[in-house]
Design a protein around this ligand. Structure first.
Ligand code: E4P
Length: 218
């Protein structure tokens, strides 16, 4: 399973990259706003750190304008994946960006299996189902990941399932159990995956016993 980080915070991205844990980055207009920087500059800075796909989102809602924005974003770096919304214009743009620009496309704001099916047919590189936002409505976001996995496997679609709107470490575990290709999570959630109280307790006990031996390694 690949780990993407869902942030435009350069410091956090660098830290996770240095840990060797990062396969890619996702951003969206809200995360760009939070970063306080310009989309072109922030995206370039991220691409200078991370070799894997870095999603940058178009904000146009009509096909022609989406393509114009995609061309601008694509010039930033070769690893920019163009993020388009799951609308008819977005799907049309997805097809064009894949076939004519030969670029990765992340189709975002997916909330149903049928939407994911359309994105795969449009040749999307990634589909982003928002599990946390589905949970917020009282439904089960992970059920959608399961449905998409089944559909994509039924037809051998190559579109990667990028589990998005991840809020908890349990989301990450469930996505991995289902066989999602990727999770994108906030930095704190990715770092929290390492936590276990028995690890802390065990380490403290080993270190205490080691101190009693009076030995040194090396
Ligand atoms: C994914 O690409 C989105 O940027 C993100 O996961 C949305 O998460 P949120 O629902 O926490 O805003």
């Amino acid at each position: 399973m690949k780990f993407f980080v869902d942030t435009a915070d350069i410091k956090e991205i660098k830290e996770l990259h240095d840990l060797g844990l990062l396969d890619g980055v996702t951003t969206n207009p809200s995360l760009i706003l939070k970063s306080g920087g310009k989309i072109s500059e922030v995206t370039k800075q991220i691409c200078d750190i991370v070799e894997g796909p870095v999603s940058a989102e178009v904000v146009a809602t009509e096909y022609k304008d989406m393509i114009a924005e995609a061309k601008v974003l694509a010039k930033i770096a070769p690893n920019v994946a163009i993020k388009v919304p799951l609308t008819l214009d977005g799907l049309k743009a997805c097809k064009t960006i894949r076939t004519e620009m030969n670029r990765m496309v992340n189709v975002t704001l997916c909330f149903s299996a049928n939407q994911a099916l359309l994105a795969a047919k449009a040749g999307a590189s990634f589909i982003s189902p928002f599990v946390g936002r589905i949970d917020d409505t009282g439904s089960d976001g992970m059920e959608l990941i399961s449905e998409i996995r089944t559909i994509y496997d039924n037809y051998d679609f190559k579109t990667e399932i990028l589990t998005a709107s991840v809020r908890t470490v349990n989301h990450v575990k469930q996505a991995a159990l289902i066989g999602a290709d990727i999770v994108t999570a906030p930095p704190a959630t990715l770092k929290a995956l390492v936590n276990h109280p028995l690890t802390d307790k065990g380490l403290a006990a080993f270190l205490a016993d080691w101190a009693k031996t009076g030995q040194k390694i090396g």
